[in-house]
Design a protein around this ligand. Structure first.
Ligand SMILES: [Zn+2]
Length: 112
């Protein structure tokens, strides 16, 4: 089984940095897997911290579920009295308002 992709990192061994992924080997060391270079796995501790500092970690950890604890919600003070709203007299006819067409006459009038 392939090692899990932990994050991504730019592989710098190119004219233009290439997107590579960061993985952890069986010994717990981070290494870079670049699609063009292959596995880059310097063992020096400095390089380990380089990866850690430069990688963009994927969201591998599941989002912790919010505790569904009892929410102490304060009772609303206001009494929710039923509001009897009077029916509006006006007929709410759907008004399809057409775009006001500019009358060229007006413009000519204005130009005078
Ligand atoms: Zn590379």
């Amino acid at each position: 089984m392939a090692n899990e992709d932990l994050g991504e990192i730019k592989c710098g061994y190119h004219v233009e940095p290439v997107d590579a992924v960061v993985r952890r080997d069986k010994k717990g060391k981070l290494y870079i897997y670049c699609p063009e270079c292959g596995i880059i796995s310097p063992r020096n501790a400095k390089f380990q911290s380089y990866i850690e500092n430069n990688m963009t970690a994927f969201n591998v950890e599941p989002v912790p579920e919010k505790e569904a604890g009892p929410v102490a919600r304060p009772e609303p003070e206001k009494e929710a009295a039923p509001v009897t709203r009077p029916e509006p007299e006006k007929e709410a006819a759907p008004v399809a308002k057409p775009e006001p067409e500019k009358k060229p006459d007006d413009l000519e009038e204005w130009m005078k």
